[in-house]
Design a binder for this molecule. Structure first.
Ligand code: SAM
Length: 417
């Protein structure tokens, strides 16, 4: 039986551009010695810790538990090292397993070949000890073994996730150009919003940002929507401990604070229907006000402020980009005129278009889509003039009549460039 309590190195992978936010999440969850690198973060812990990470992490893709780290210079050496691992502790002749890899070594022309060598080592070891061989194939529906091999460094992992956990399991309908759930969660984390104020998502598409906001604000872990992980197929897995963990996470779900409003709007009726279906699957449909309207008509709750986040299209062809110039300018006008007291965010992969927003950014956070570099642009949308805001902060004084919010934006538009 595999030991689920034995500590080892854990590597958590993520989508491009998310490792900083993943590192923060791991640290907040109390994992030790978190080190962030491009494409992921490392820490240490047991397989029980991996279980928890699979269920709780919002920005991750795969949780990998290290079995062996070694120097490796040839496929033969790889086979010999792998045959030393006591595979029969983790899987048996009735198990199904698959192998994935991330290999860059001159002796390996096709990753398929590396995968086959790993598979052979496992099958041979189990056949020797039991007389029978386990089944293997490409589907990630059982035990998953992951090989990392770069130059002379190799590491073999149990991939405790299987299919990626960047998908949070509630999306029934994709909609057009949806954000990945992990990217949306990282954008929220980058904004600093934790559910203490209102969140408005015009141009919501399939609703990913608003749904992730609702999950975060109510303490719902993404793992509550998923019933099968690769770690459940390992020998040594104890279903009762996972049931306890699920019960613990379910008990952390809290109601949305009465002062917090979550609003999502889109001018496409189909997008709104899709977003509502996805929110219903996530159990948060009644927490979000969905509006079918042009973004300029979105009702922004007034009073305590909060976050307004846009993920507009950024256009692939020149004609599309031209047409979007007016939209980006209107986004800037909307933020300036209707979102005072909020922090505004625009996620885009087209920085030329972003200039049309016409507001001064307070931060430009680096992100990426599957193919392109992207930025999450932040705009402070002050209640009054910036001059007054600075004065108020410096003195700590209560607002005077002079500092009252500027209704017209004529004196000094909030956050203007
Ligand atoms: C890139 S998609 C947003 C994808 C979304 N973040 C998701 O995860 O599914 C942009 C959305 O903006 C909407 N949109 C474009 N122009 C709009 C406008 N003038 N008013 C309201 N919605 C608009 C489109 O219908 C589309 O759903």
């Amino acid at each position: 039986m595999g030991d689920f309590e034995k500590p080892s190195r854990i590597v958590v992978t993520c989508q491009r551009g998310l490792s900083r936010w993943l590192g923060e999440e791991l640290t907040e969850l109390g994992l030790p010695e978190v080190e962030v690198f491009s494409g992921g973060a490392s820490t240490s812990g047991s397989l029980l810790d991996c279980q928890r990470l699979n269920l709780q992490l919002r920005c991750a893709s795969q949780v990998l538990y290290s079995l062996r780290r070694f120097r490796c210079n040839s496929p033969e050496f790889l086979y010999r090292e792998l045959a030393r691992i006591k595979w029969d502790e983790w899987l048996g002749p009735t198990s199904y397993f698959s192998v994935t890899s991330n290999v860059d070594h001159p002796s390996i022309r096709s990753t398929m070949y590396a995968n086959v060598r790993v598979k052979d080592a496992i099958v041979d070891r189990i056949r020797e000890t039991t007389g029978e061989r386990p089944n293997s194939g490409p589907d990630l529906t059982g035990v998953v073994i992951h090989l990392f091999w770069r130059g002379s460094e190799a590491e073999l992992f149990l991939d405790t996730s299987g299919p990626t956990i960047a998908k949070h399991g509630y999306r029934r309908l994709p909609g057009k150009a949806p954000l990945s759930e992990a990217l949306a969660a990282a954008m929220l984390r980058a904004s600093g919003w934790r559910g203490e104020s209102s969140f408005v998502n015009p141009m919501c598409g399939s609703g990913t940002l608003a749904i992730e906001a609702a999950l975060l604000a109510t303490g719902r872990s993404p793992g509550l929507f998923r019933s099968d992980y690769a770690f459940q197929h390992l020998h040594g897995f104890r279903p009762e401990l996972l049931a306890d963990l699920r019960a613990e996470l379910a008990s952390l779900v809290r109601p949305l604070a009465a002062s917090v409003h979550l609003v999502a709007s889109d001018h496409d009726a189909e997008a709104i229907a899709t977003a509502q279906a996805n929110a219903a699957a996530a159990g948060v449909a009644d927490l979000i006000t969905f509006l079918h309207c042009d973004f300029k008509q979105t009702d922004v709750p007034q009073g305590a402020g909060g976050v307004v986040m846009f993920n507009p299209e950024y256009g692939q062809r020149l004609g599309e980009v031209r047409a979007l110039e007016a939209t980006y300018k209107e986004i800037g006008d909307f933020l300036k005129q209707h979102c005072r007291g909020y922090r505004g965010y625009v996620f885009t992969a087209n920085l030329e278009l972003a200039k049309k927003i016409g507001l001064r950014t307070s931060r430009r956070l680096e992100f990426a889509t599957a193919k392109l570099e992207a930025r999450l642009l932040e705009y402070e949308l002050y209640e009054g003039t910036r001059k007054n805001k600075a004065r108020g902060e410096a003195s700590g004084a209560a607002q005077s009549a002079e500092d009252a919010p500027s209704a017209t934006g004529e004196s000094e538009p909030a956050g203007s460039e």
